[in-house]
Design a protein around this ligand. Structure first.
Ligand SMILES: NC(=O)c1ccc[n+]([C@@H]2O[C@H](COP(=O)([O-])OP(=O)(O)OC[C@H]3O[C@@H](n4cnc5c(N)ncnc54)[C@H](OP(=O)(O)O)[C@@H]3O)[C@@H](O)[C@H]2O)c1
Length: 328
């Protein structure tokens, strides 16, 4: 089986981090790059001997490209994904998938119509340790899940120094929720599905949310307490409490280990594994080879349901982005 050939849109922080790992795997090749600033795209493309394009249309016309990785700010994902699908190219779209659920639904509807595979690059859901934790829960190792607590943060002081300004601009759908809040929300959704009731509280300034606290209530009594912030650091440890034990996951969004405890708090076993970006690229490539239009690890329904949860959060905290990026 030959290497899977990727076109990349965007040449920023995550494109650099993800593509370095993906190219190193030997299973994938970065063959084409398009980004807003040609010089930056050219420098990035040069690392992989990839071809650099001045328009997305040109890149999508390249029959060498098996699929496209969308690594632009949230506000561009919708238009980028639609253009790729129209051109018949499978797409791996960075989180948050789109700006709102209506856009996500439109992307998946078009993908289905055209028979093209589309998946959200929510890397947590593809990590080996996470998949093993899901198996452990399905096998009843800690009984029914009663509570999940988890947070995520990118401190603004750090981001202003090392990242682009997209995080602080409403026109890029910046703010904490779509950038970091999506992680605990997606994790809670993976464990328990759509909550029966969701409460969100936030601190807003300059048209974005700096800090959110979300409580998800499920009719069976389960609760998720989730936090995200651009103001300082959150704990990156996720704790899943079940009726007969718990699982503690340091760096739960990208874990290298998870520790399983019994109902008396005694350590039962440790789940270890590698972590990285390559797993989501492997999954998309496998789905394309099997002729699927979505990945079983992160389905269209998963993505749309999480986007709906974020729409509900934004409704409760009164956060709307500019109409130009909210429209479908
Ligand atoms: N999975 C993860 O761990 C992870 C981590 C970080 C970010 N992300 C996600 O990845 C995405 C990008 O984040 P980032 O931090 O990499 O952002 P970034 O550093 O600002 O990079 C974005 C890139 O997209 C380009 N771009 C912007 N608008 C564009 C457009 N309309 N068309 C084509 N290219 C455009 C930018 O070009 P210029 O250089 O010319 O501005 C830049 O190269 C976001 O969705 C974010 O949530 C995921």
């Amino acid at each position: 089986m030959g290497r899977f050939r990727w076109g990349v849109i965007g040449a920023g922080m995550i494109a650099k981090a993800a593509c370095a790992q993906v190219a190193k795997s030997g299973r994938h090749e970065i063959v084409a790059v398009y980004s807003r600033t040609y010089d930056r795209a050219l420098k990035f493309a040069g690392k992989y001997g990839a071809k650099c394009y001045t328009t997305l249309k040109e890149m999508l016309g390249d029959c060498n490209v098996d699929a496209v990785y969308v690594a632009t700010p949230h506000s561009s994902h919708y238009a980028n994904a639609l253009e790729c699908i129209e051109a018949g190219k499978p797409v791996l779209v960075e989180k948050a998938f789109t700006v709102n659920a209506a856009q996500a639904e439109r992307v998946f509807a078009l993908a289905k119509e055209k028979g093209v595979c589309v998946t959200e690059a929510m890397w947590t859901r593809f990590q080996p340790v996470v998949l093993e934790v899901v198996d452990a829960i399905e096998n009843g190792e800690i009984g029914a899940v009663k509570r999940f607590t988890g947070g995520f943060s990118t401190p603004a002081t750090w981001a202003r120094r090392f990242l682009s300004d997209r995080l602080f601009k409403p026109e890029y759908a910046g703010g904490a929720l779509l950038d970091v809040g999506v992680y605990p929300l997606s994790f809670a959704h993976m464990l328990l599905g759509v909550p029966d009731r969701l409460e969100c509280r936030a601190e807003l300034a300059d048209g974005i949310d700096y800090r959110d606290e979300m409580t998800l209530h499920y009719d069976g009594g389960a609760v998720c307490e989730l936090r995200c912030t651009l103001k300082g650091l959150e704990s990156f440890t996720g704790v899943i409490e079940g009726e007969r034990g718990k699982i503690v996951m340091p760096n739960y969004t990208r874990p290298k280990k998870a520790v399983v405890f019994d109902e008396k708090g005694r350590k039962k076993r440790v789940i270890n594994g590698n972590r990285g970006y390559v797993y989501e690229f492997d999954a998309l490539a496998d789905s394309v080879r099997r002729g699927e239009t979505e990945s079983r690890f992160m389905t269209a329904e998963d993505t749309v349901e999480v986007m709906k949860m974020m729409d509900e959060c934004r409704k409760q905290i009164g956060l709307a982005y500019p109409e130009s990026i909210e429209s479908t």
